[in-house]
Design a binder for this molecule. Sequence first.
Ligand code: PBG
Ligand code: ZN
Length: 326
Amino acid sequence: MELIHRPRRLRRTSLIRKLVSETKVAVERLIQPYFVTDGEGVHEEINGMPGIYRESVDSLVASISDDMKLGLNKVMLFGVTERKDPMATSAVDDHNPAILAVKALKDKFSDELFVSADVCLCAYTDSGHCGVTVDGEVDNDRSLTVLSQMALALAQAGCDCVAPSDMMDGRVGAIRETLEAHDLVDTIILAYTAKYASSYYGPFREAANSAPGEGDRKGYQMDFRNRSEALRELMLDEEEGADIVMVKPALAYLDVISDFHRNTELPVAAYNVSGEYAAVKLLVQAGQADEQSLVFENLTAITRAGASIILTYHLRDILKNGWRQP
Ligand code: PBG
Ligand code: ZN
């Protein structure tokens, strides 16, 4: 055979494959999510998410302190509380566990730890919706006021980065304006720009005790049939002052991540969500996949599509086990 092109030449040895590899997952650009709740001494594993816990502030600070010894230094916090009402009062009062956690962590670790926090009302409303409900409907503009107050409280507590995940129209602009009005000029806004209504959030909703009591989130989260619409959300979040734009979930939305990569100068993040994590754990438990290989296949795909920052529940396992991209 006289073949001119033999692509297999570049696949022959491990060293050659490494030499011609196009994508590298950057562990220093991964962020670990944590769930923080009321009380003291609380440390309970989340159903369906082995290795991920719901913890009170004292326990969270100890856990993060341990994780920092592994080299982990970027976190995303989600508040979880039983105190729920129509106006999401507990999101903005002095007892919000997420706000207390930000204070405790920044007091202890200062700039050795990058602390970001979710901004959304679903863990704090009795309806379980991401905005406040007026006459049975999620009221966009009234929600903006509460979301801005929540972002402000987090920023005042010392949060490096606030991450609105509610998908109300205009929330990035409203939060930016509020932060500027209080001279909080350094608080980063990581916007959940293209957040799709997804079945991959199942384990998270149990973790955050935030499933909507009635209805679904399709009136504000994006429809997974739509791709161009994500670019419209991107344009709006850029105009409204987002510093980082995110696509969520990640693995079923690689086309959207790629579109973002080509259409913005801002850093692009992707959220490797709870259902994606749980699916990996199930395959591994069933003995049908090697965890390190599967985790890096997923993270490489997300990176290859164009995300530079990835929020992933796998980070602690990667550091603990010293996993590397093969
Ligand atoms: C809250 C929020 C959700 C997630 C992040 N922020 C759940 C939802 O919108 O229902 C999902 C994260 C995950 O599944 O890991 N708005
Ligand atoms: Zn929400």
